[in-house]
Design a protein around this ligand. Sequence first.
Ligand SMILES: C[S@@+](CC[C@H](N)C(=O)[O-])C[C@H]1O[C@@H](n2cnc3c(N)ncnc32)[C@H](O)[C@@H]1O
Length: 199
Amino acid sequence: MTDRRDSYYLKAKRENFRSRAVYKLKEIEDKFRIVRDGDFVLEVGASPGGWTQYLTSIEGVRVVSVDIAPHDPVENSVSIRRDIFSADIFELISEAAGLIGGGKFNAVLSDAMSNTSGNHSRDHASSYLICDRVMTISMEFLSPGGNVLVKHFQGDMTKDLIDKWSPKFRGHKVTTPKASRSGSREIYIIFFNLMSKPL
Ligand SMILES: C[S@@+](CC[C@H](N)C(=O)[O-])C[C@H]1O[C@@H](n2cnc3c(N)ncnc32)[C@H](O)[C@@H]1O
């Protein structure tokens, strides 16, 4: 049987995408349509830029991306090289949004994850903190009606994470794309339609 990792990896090479992760986003997009034509998108954990390539291929979409790691520029996007936990991240995102002609964003997408240690509790805790930070950033920058997608490594605090943030949105879904590596605890949580005032 062909190893799925190899097939997605080779497909990405063939189709000139910088990462196999792009097929996870494609699958999620085909199913849930998180991003629409003309949207301003904030992307967290963007390097090497596969998701950015895909997002900017959608008609009129402009992206501000954030990552600790550098990556080659992608047209119609502005990248910020910074840890999302740094104190000046709000200011930097605000400045970058201005550069692409926006203020608020229609969607926030995060594929961010620190290097996994193999220790599930540690990886889950680290993922919880990243997701929680992405949600805090989203509360500052997401327009009412906007959507958030976050990658998350499941564990005992996953329910707390969803319970904490879902009341601010009209709905949420959890999904695992086929392109996620088999046996991994990776899920993607989508929060749909930010309410202007929580119920
Ligand atoms: C799986 S990669 C993203 C791949 C990307 N979606 C693509 O398609 O090319 C995860 C990224 O999250 C970034 N990351 C992890 N923790 C971060 C943090 N605290 N702040 C900013 N970026 C972070 C890593 O540097 C890494 O580049």
